[in-house]
Structure formats: C-alpha cells, structure tokens
Design a protein around this ligand. Structure first.
Ligand code: ATP
Length: 263
C-alpha cells in the first residue's frame, strides 16, 4: 500500500535519504530503526506526504504522493508525532477528537458517534483538559484522535519516548490491537526491546540508506548489520549471543535454549 521507489530527499543541499526502496503491505507491523540522524523521521514524513521526495516516488495505493491532497493523505495515513503536544490543540478531549474527525468526515452525526466510541474504548472523560494530563495520557489522546478517523495505516514516530513502562505498554497494546484488526503500522523506534516485542519486520537505516529489510528475528540476530547501523541488539539477544545461543529474543526463548542445553 506504501511503496518507496528509489526515493532520495534533500534538506537544502544535504542528501538525507539516499535511493531508498521498500514496500509496505496491508497488515504489516514494521519497525524503522537507525541511529540519531539516520533519516527515520524524514522517511516517516515522506510516507504521509508532509515531505515530497527530491527524486524517486512515494506511492500510496499506487498514487504518487506528489499528486495527492493533504486531506486525501490524512484519510489514508494517520501520523503520531513523537511529542503529543505538537498534535493536540483543543482544550477538551472530546473537542480534540472531533477536530480530527471533522477534517476528514462531513457527516456530523457519524463524527459524534465515532467520537463517543473512541472515548469509551480509551476510557476518557470527554470534558477533561488534555493539558492537565500526563504525557502518557496526552500520547493516548493523540492516538485516540487518529484512530477515530480509522486510517488504514498508522505511522508512529517514537511513540513511547518519555513514557514510563506502564504508559508505554498501554500505548503499545493499543497499537498491537489495531494491527491485529488489520491496520498497517510503521513505527520509528530507538527502543530495541519494543521493536523486539511488537514488530514483525524491520527496516534498518544508516545515513539515509537502507542497510537491511527483513523479518524481525533475522535482523535482530545479525549483530554485524546492527553494528554497521550503530545499533545494539536488545539486551536479551546480546546476552544470548554471548552465551552462544542464536535466535534468542525473549525470556521464553532463553528458557527454552537453556533447558535444551541442560537436558
Ligand atoms: N528541517 C530540517 N532542515 C535541515 N536538516 C534537517 C531537517 N530535519 C532533519 N534534518 C537533518 O536530516 C538528517 C536526518 O534527520 P531525521 O530527523 O530524519 O533523522 P532521525 O533518524 O529521525 O533522527 P533522530 O533519531 O535523532 O530523531 C539529520 O542530519 C538532520 O539534522
């Protein structure tokens, strides 16, 4: 549904994205990983048309994003910013969710209905002021506003930054449930544990170039590839590799590997 076809992008004179090609298919849960400055946020903004390629094409359901209106893009791609305060602009949760809905839907009754559904699903009091809530709650409000619009694809730019463990799991479980229901997810993340636990496919970016694209277990078990991108494997994978176990990415994998050695 999203295809990068030899995409390059330059801010002023500097080449930030260099000849990147990949394809996301419906229902994917893909993590985009890379060191600071690798170009991850730029790729995510190219996906939702906030940026247009300097060379090559970004195709959304076969249509070049250069020719699509922002409103058409917003219907197809929901974008969750790293900082929810870049997204939230209303002084009640209901107003915030309605604001997004009214931008993509003309039917007022349908907007109200979807807003009520999302408020109930997230357990929010619609009258509450988003700015009096914690950062984790504001991130959930931003996510709820996107979900209400029911985009078939979500782009998440570091969705768990600044959240405590409980808030992080709340957000990720909601994202997982959306993916289980068919929403395609592209998630930019530094957090290898989150990537390990939730993504099925991983794209590795280094200095604007795509170094790797494959199933999560294959990419995460390739320390040489990760090192080339200046990344470290998750702690459990790193420990397992030092103990001589390959393909150990979870506590359950580790228990199975150790039990197999012991028996
Ligand atoms: N608006 C901009 N104008 C000029 N250069 C920019 C702009 N935004 C990003 N860059 C540069 O483009 C490169 C890639 O930035 P980008 O934010 O896409 O990387 P990133 O992988 O998301 O980094 P981080 O993990 O630190 O957020 C960096 O060198 C950055 O300084």
């Amino acid at each position: 549904m999203i295809e990068f076809d030899h995409v390059s992008f330059e801010y002023a004179e500097a080449t930030t994205i260099n000849d990147v090609s990949f394809r996301l298919v419906a229902g994917d849960f893909v993590a985009l990983i890379g060191a600071n400055g690798a170009g991850k946020s730029t790729i995510s903004k190219l996906c939702n048309g906030l940026l247009k390629p300097s060379r090559g094409h970004v195709l959304l359901d076969g249509d070049d994003t250069r020719g699509l209106r922002t409103s058409a893009l917003a219907r197809k791609v929901g974008f969750l910013f790293q900082n929810p305060d870049r997204q939230i602009c209303q002084n009640s949760i209901r107003a915030e969710i309605m604001f997004g809905l009214e931008n993509v839907l003309a039917d007022a009754a349908e907007c109200q209905c979807r807003c009520d559904d999302v408020l109930a699903a997230f357990g929010f009091d619609g009258a509450a002021d988003p700015f009096s809530m914690s950062r984790g709650e504001r991130q959930r409000i931003a996510l709820a506003s996107l979900i209400a619009c029911r985009p078939p694809m979500l782009i998440l730019d570091e969705p768990t930054t600044g959240l405590d463990y409980r808030e992080c799991m709340q957000i990720m479980e909601q994202i997982q449930a959306l993916n289980d229901a068919g929403t395609t997810v592209l998630m930019v993340s530094h957090d290898m544990e989150i990537v390990q636990d939730f993504a099925r496919r991983v794209l590795v970016l280094n200095q604007g170039r795509l170094l790797g694209d494959g199933p999560k277990d294959q990419i995460m078990a390739d320390p040489a590839l990760l090192a080339q991108a200046k990344l470290l494997p998750s702690q459990i994978t790193a420990l397992a590799l030092r103990m001589g176990f390959n393909n150990v990415h979870t506590v359950d994998d580790m228990v199975a590997a150790v039990s197999a050695t012991a028996s």
